[in-house]
Design a protein around this ligand. Structure first.
Ligand code: T4K
Length: 399
């Protein structure tokens, strides 16, 4: 690297980080408490099938969210599948395409057509007016997705669902411990689904949960989660295996104990990113509402190529060279993934905002394992890249 070259790994400088920095690095609570819980599980020899840790985990979720019932599951994808079947969704269900592919797969797995709806460019979430335009006699429901740790237009979506007699549920994989108008996520629609995957700010290794105020629905879901068994030897329903293990629940309980620390780290990181990137033209960090509870889950950056001088994809490559593994969630939109691309080749015609966002948005590392110093270094990388945009672009073309 010559002295006149920008100080970036792309030009031969040492990478800003010796080890990769991940978007989904798990937050881990008190290890002794976790080990203690695991010892107790082993002593009890009760490893899964609705054990005491799972029951306690469900109770604590109900307490936080304020719903009557919680059904913990092995992950959020299975939880969505169970819920979709339990509320009687069929034929066509309206979902965003700007989401993780699991939201659509949970429908398609049961041969229900996901009808992809565009999102509001500011919130990144379902636009109720667009939802209403897509309703047909075959529509049986709507799945809203609370993206990034922000909350959907729940009032607007409920009004559309009520007007047309549709089931409304939420994929709340990102939005555990968040609120809207002071009301906790988990209490909207007929039911909501959380994810406690390792990459979520609050994890149970793998895990999910369905929360609802509808006890009857919860009872049905409990049967479905356990093959449809009601008591011994008596199967009364078509079921699957969606059970959460005791070890996962132990990790979930340990995450509960540390939840406020995780949120505080995310919040501090989010503020630090906003501060460090504030002066960079063309680069903006998506805000979280100040007056609500939030988990500050994802640091989402919008790149306006004209102002920044580089595109989102170019910046992701620059960051990767520095060992910063920024992610292009959610690129491409689900409608451009298989099997949807083949089944619905025209879907993109009504998804201009989804396509636009999926070209502009990236998520940056956050969580307990990211420090303020790391963030300032990441910001310096972005600043150097944008200040030398022409040369960076030329170098990227050659590599
Ligand atoms: N709905 C929505 C809106 C979702 O975002 C998700 C999941 C679901 C439903 C379904 O929930 P689950 O069925 O998973 O409970 C990751 C997660 O696997 C996925 O759970 C998550 N959304 C999605 C947004 O992100 P990938 O394909 O990006 O994962 P991967 O393996 O590339 O990991 C991401 C980063 O985290 C990498 O840089 C590696 C790092 N990592 C990952 C793991 C697992 C670690 O550092 N440690 C780890 O243990 O999907």
């Amino acid at each position: 690297m010559s002295a006149s070259e920008p100080s970036l790994a792309l030009f031969g400088a040492p990478p800003a980080f010796a080890e990769p920095l991940h978007v989904g690095r798990p937050n881990i609570g008190n290890r002794e408490q976790l080990m203690q819980r695991i010892e107790e599980i082993l002593d009890r020899r009760w490893l899964t099938n609705n054990g005491p840790c799972v029951k306690e985990f469900e109770r604590r979720i109900c307490e936080l969210v304020g719903t009557r019932a919680c059904v913990a599951t092995c992950n959020a994808t299975i939880a969505l599948e169970l819920l979709i079947r339990a509320v009687g969704m069929r034929d066509e269900v309206i979902v965003p395409s700007f989401t993780f592919v699991a939201t659509a797969h949970a429908l398609q797995w049961q041969e229900i057509k996901p009808v992809f709806c565009d999102v509001d460019p500011h919130t990144h979430m379902l636009d109720p007016a667009r939802v209403e335009e897509l309703i047909t006699p075959k529509t049986s429901g709507i799945i809203g997705v609370h993206l990034w740790g922000r909350v959907c237009d729940v009032e607007g979506l409920q009004a559309v669902a009520d007007r047309h007699g549709l089931a409304l549920v939420y994929d709340a994989a990102h939005a555990f411990a968040c609120s809207k108008n002071g009301r906790m996520v988990g209490s909207f629609g007929r039911a909501e689904v959380f994810s406690f995957h390792a990459t979520k700010f609050f994890n149970a290794f793998e895990g999910g949960a369905i929360v609802t105020d509808d006890e009857e629905l919860a009872e049905k879901l409990r049967l479905m989660r356990n093959f449809g068994f009601q008591g011994k030897d008596n199967v009364v329903y078509l079921g699957s295996n969606g059970k959460m293990t005791e070890v996962c629940a132990a990790m979930g309980l340990t995450s509960f104990d540390a939840m406020e620390t995780f949120i505080a780290a995310n919040r501090r990181n989010h503020e630090c990113y906003r501060d460090a990137l504030g002066a960079l033209r063309g680069i903006s960090v998506l805000p979280f509402p100040e007056d609500e509870r939030s988990n500050y889950h994802y640091v989402v950056v919008d790149v306006e190529e004209q102002d920044a001088g580089l595109s989102r994809d170019e910046l992701v490559r620059v960051l990767e060279a520095e060992n910063v593994l920024a992610r292009r969630y959610f690129t491409p939109g689900v409608h451009l993934m298989e099997p949807y691309r083949s089944f619905q080749p025209q879907a993109g015609l009504v998804l201009p905002e989804t396509d636009r966002l999926s070209r502009r948005v990236m998520t940056l590392p956050t969580g307990q394992s990211v420090s303020e110093d790391d963030i300032r270094r990441i910001a310096r990388v972005l600043e150097t890249a944008c200040a030398n945009a022409e040369r960076v672009r030329a170098r990227l073309r050659r590599t």
